[in-house]
Design a protein. Structure first.
Length: 232
């Protein structure tokens, strides 16, 4: 299980673009359905050059509206993370050494207690083409919360209103940004990770297959039970 726990930072990277809170219901245009591939780069003193070299350089996310399906592969470990914000559902499935198991979590909270920074967003009329979509610019200032040892960071991100609206960004550091974010940063003490969309393909996802718990996996009720299963 130590191998799985070592992926916590990778999991954080994979989920940052997706909401961790339930969006309000409102009338909106047809939801985008497809696959988005991101290139990932890392900088900062928290990771050695060897550690950086072992982290994933790309990641592909299946999306349908606010729902997301992310698969992270690290050696023999495959972790699949699914979020259905409208249902307050988060699913984690792990495959390791022939074992398949996972957990479904339900959270109705609108507060992300894991955030280490407050953010201030300044919008701009500047645009940039990313993966075939015209994206709008926003400047985001990350201010460390009390007790977090880090400096304030001001970073430029880009989002596409053509791929969704503010319903995609209800929780997290980018709350309120009116579009799907295609170039952004994950900020942590001593480390900044940049994710940029390199390819966007419409279609190729199935709601019942890609956004629900896989019946081939053993389902546990708690993270402790899940950990004990892989340790045994």
């Amino acid at each position: 299980m130590k191998r799985i726990l070592s992926l916590s930072m990778v999991v954080m990277l994979a989920l940052i673009v997706f909401t961790s809170a339930s969006p309000k219901k409102k009338k909106k245009k047809k939801a985008f359905k497809g696959k988005i591939t991101y290139a990932i780069s890392y900088e900062g003193e928290a990771l050695t050059a060897v550690q950086k070299s072992k982290l994933p350089k790309t990641i592909t996310v299946k999306v349908m509206g606010t729902m997301s399906h992310t698969e992270v592969v690290d050696g023999p470990v495959i972790i699949t993370m699914i979020e259905r914000p409208d249902d307050h559902v988060k699913i984690t499935m792990v495959e390791l050494m022939g074992k398949k198991a996972g957990i479904t979590e339900f959270d109705s909270s609108l507060v992300d207690t894991t955030m280490q920074y407050t953010t201030e967003i300044e919008y701009s009329d500047d645009t940039k083409d990313i993966a075939g979509y015209t994206c709008k610019k926003a400047v985001v200032t990350f201010t460390p919360k009390e007790g977090v040892e880090d400096e304030e960071q001001t970073l430029v991100i880009y989002y596409s209103p053509d791929l969704g609206g503010a319903e995609l960004n209800v929780g997290g550091p980018y709350a309120g940004i009116p579009g799907r974010i295609l170039e952004f940063y994950q900020v942590a003490p001593g480390m900044i990770s940049k994710m940029t969309a390199t390819e966007i393909k419409k279609g190729g996802v199935n709601e019942l297959v890609d956004f629900y718990f896989n019946s081939d996996f053993k389902e546990f009720k708690t993270k402790e039970e899940l950990g004990e299963y892989f340790q045994g």
